[in-house]
Ligand binder design. Structure first.
Ligand code: SAM
Length: 286
């Protein structure tokens, strides 16, 4: 049997040492330099989100530029060394940076109503649980099992049942990002008009179906958070009439997930395991 490692390699001619060749090499070297530091950017952004830097910058008036110490003064988390005294002032004096929030910041706010930000998805990807998972990616090739199981000794959805705090981070990330996507889908997609029973397999907290059956309803994260905020149901805004009043949604997920699910008009939560059986419907999506 042929050894695939002995298969002939594709040969690309090396650029010769002309001026152009040297420029290509210079650029390649700079790219490698950037790649070698590429882990820093997401970690710096994570720190900025945790400190409230993005929210702080985004909530000042448009077009207002802030210096680093002006941002630090406005942070909800206060540094031990107060700005204005020593190193902050020195840094501000030596660095003439003035900063303002780029449009992307609007979609990375911690304090958005839960349907307008990817911050929670970003924080999930860089949570301790996922960071440990990323470090096991190569095991997919070496051991032939998924990176999450390799890192944590069990599948992701089994792990979620053992770690309530992580479960909340996961559910919020799913809820926020899928709400943003479904709100856009509903603006243009007309395919639900002939559907009577729509099944969402692995529907999570039920927000996706809730958006379809109750137009303009917006969920407030977890049901218990909604109650703490004084809402009887997980809607922030009063819903207008549904675009699909005839439609019944079946939100199908694992029983422990449905224990935290919201209750939406026209949506029934049904517990089960998709690998065993899923409910019948005219249309089914995941
Ligand atoms: C990536 S999340 C998506 C959640 C939701 N659809 C959303 O967009 O917010 C996948 C969902 O599948 C569910 N799930 C995983 N394994 C399942 C199974 N065997 N049977 C039913 N649901 C399952 C999880 O509990 C989780 O809610």
């Amino acid at each position: 049997m042929a050894n695939h490692l002995q298969a002939p390699l594709t040969i690309n001619p090396k650029p010769n040492r002309t001026k152009e060749g040297q420029e290509v090499e210079e650029e390649a070297s700079l790219l490698a330099r950037r790649l070698s530091n590429s882990a820093a950017f997401p970690m710096v952004l994570k720190a900025a989100l945790e400190l409230g830097v993005i929210d702080t910058m985004a909530t000042v008036d448009d077009c207002l530029w802030l210096s680093p110490s002006e941002i630090a003064l406005r942070l909800p988390t206060k540094p031990i060394e107060q700005p204005g005294s020593s190193s902050f002032a020195r840094q501000d004096a030596s660095v003439s940076h003035q900063l303002f929030a780029q449009p992307v910041c609007k979609f990375l706010l911690n304090n958005s109503d839960v349907s307008g930000s990817f911050a929670s998805l970003f924080m999930l990807d860089l949570s301790d649980v996922f960071i440990k998972t990323w470090t096991h990616l190569k095991d997919v090739i070496l051991e032939g099992r998924d990176a999450f199981s390799s890192a944590h000794g069990m599948k992701l959805f089994d792990y979620i049942q053992t770690d309530e705090r992580f479960g909340k981070v996961f559910n919020r990330a799913m809820l926020e990002s899928s709400t943003m996507v479904m709100e856009k889908v509903l603006k243009f997609y007309e395919g639900f008009k002939d559907v009577k029973t729509l099944v969402d397999v692995g529907g999570g907290l039920g927000n996706t179906l809730g958006l379809i059956t109750s137009k303009q309803a917006r969920p407030v994260a977890e049901a218990h958070e909604a109650r703490a905020l004084g809402h009887q149901s997980p809607y922030f805004r009063a819903g207008t009439a549904s675009k699909y009043p005839h439609l019944i949604g079946i939100n199908f997920d694992l029983a422990p997930v449905l224990a935290n699910a919201h209750s939406y008009p026209g949506v029934n939560n049904v517990a089960g395991d998709m690998f065993i059986k899923i409910p019948k419907g005219d249309a089914i999506f995941m």
